[in-house]
Design a protein around this ligand. Sequence first.
Ligand SMILES: Nc1ncnc2c1ncn2[C@@H]1O[C@H](COP(=O)(O)OP(=O)(O)OP(=O)(O)O)[C@@H](O)[C@H]1O
Length: 579
Amino acid sequence: MKLLYQYARKYKKAMSIALALMVTELIVELVQPLVMAVIIDEGVVQRDMQTVMMWGSVLLLLTVVAFIAGIVSSFFAAEVSQGVGYDVRHNLFEHIQSFSALQMQRFSTPSLITRMTGDITQIQGLLFMLMRIALRAPLFIIFGIVMAFIIHVKLATILVAIVPVLLVIMYWIMTKGMSLFRTVQTKLDEVNRAIRENLHGIRLVKAYYRVRHEKSRFFQTNRSLMDITKKSLSLMEVTMPILMLGMNGSIVIILWFGYQEIGQGTAQPGEIVAILNYATRILGAFGVFSFLIMNFSRGTASASRIAEVLQSDVDEPIQSSKPESKDVKGKISFDSVYFSYPNTNANTLRDITFTADPGQVVGVLGETGSGKSTLLQLIPRLFPVTSGTIYIDQTNVNDQQGWFRDQIALVPQELHIFSGTIRENISWGNEEATMEEIIEAATDANIHSFIASLPDGYETVVGQRGVNLSGGQKQRISIARALVKNPRILLLDDSTSALDANTESRVLKALNRRSCTTVIVAQKISSVVDADKILLLQQGRVAGAGSHQQLLKNNELYQQIYYSQISEEVVNHVSKPRA
Ligand SMILES: Nc1ncnc2c1ncn2[C@@H]1O[C@H](COP(=O)(O)OP(=O)(O)OP(=O)(O)O)[C@@H](O)[C@H]1O
């Protein structure tokens, strides 16, 4: 609720108009039964047509006033709720951009998507409802009772007796509903995750003939969402019959007492009609409560899920203007770096110390899971180190401002191709790049001739996630995207794994000419054989460092890897049928 208040404050004027008009509607609604009583008692009963006509016109006028007030109030309420939704979505998006990789891991992607879409829609609905009916219903109950007392104290007392009972029931339903609807939103996250994973891996699902398995996995998640939603809705459904029972009971009692009062001459028929009118409308207001509770529970659950994201710490606040770039030379130094992922006990990286001088090429080799990608991701501080220090030139990366990433280009293992043209995909790395620079980067990444051979060349549209590109083409476009940035530090995470030996060697040679500091994570020794330095990782530790020749001479582990890869290549070569 605090979140809603914070955001709605900006729309104070529109909110005040919406609320003032809502109060106008309320006043009209409260006065209407009173006017009806006058028409009946002084007009119909007394057979005074003039009074009927006069008060009838007043009633009509009041109805028109309420109608117009209702429309205009809805207009302003919509302006506030849509405006708040827009602002919250905007701020959430901006906040998430400042998240570290660790925070992204904490809130899963599907959950963030649900919070930015479904949850925001919920709070928009809640806000609209708060301005239109949430206040009106309780206010009508309070003032309706006051008006009933003004008309007839004894009959109004009967009406009042039932209200506390109904309020207690409402409170119980509300607290129960809150926790149920919170669970509904969590289940919705799970359904989103299941859909996302399935759609991402749809080719794999089909290739493995796992459609049935996936169907049953989705069925279970979907089913549990349905079950919990049904449970929360059924809680709401019991509300209405309880209300009807209570209020209709009180109406019968009012009628019975009203009949006696008329007999004794202490009440007029119009007064009984007015009291019944208030009773029915109060019943209506309670009826709205069940709808309010449902939306309130959902809305507040959504608001707290949004607040959870907005209140979480950001890794680096986004600067409003691009910070001035410093000239980075490109020296990278690791000084006794330890790193562990959250919720894991063991260190993924242990006591890593090495230096890459500006312009040097450093290869990182090691068995799968030895920590190569992790090491690479620590350089642009995607994850903060657990202990030790990483320096870029002489500055600790923890003290670097956002601009230092401007000088680093990372090609991650999991490639990302945006929907758009090939030119847009490459120039994403540097919006100011000229066409010549784009072509130069594509040439160095050994993808220019392929692009040029396409009918639309650089304007060829690539499908979502690059579906119409091969793995090797995606890798080379990603390398071109990194090169167009003209970085001082280039980080390649297994980025040439899908290339054949000749293409890979051409790409690596072109990278060498660029004279930026390059760290290449690779599986094959052939990818890093010309590197100035090779780091050999084993279970998160440096098990050897030096040039290819030095390691081949002195390092047993390196020799084992080298000879196993050489023999694999020989076997592959020998077993290849001659053309
Ligand atoms: N986001 C993460 N959260 C928790 N643990 C992780 C995460 N990413 C990697 N790990 C763990 O850290 C260890 C090192 O992973 P990393 O990806 O750095 O290895 P790698 O040497 O690059 O492997 P590969 O050659 O298979 O890509 C692995 O045991 C992995 O399970």
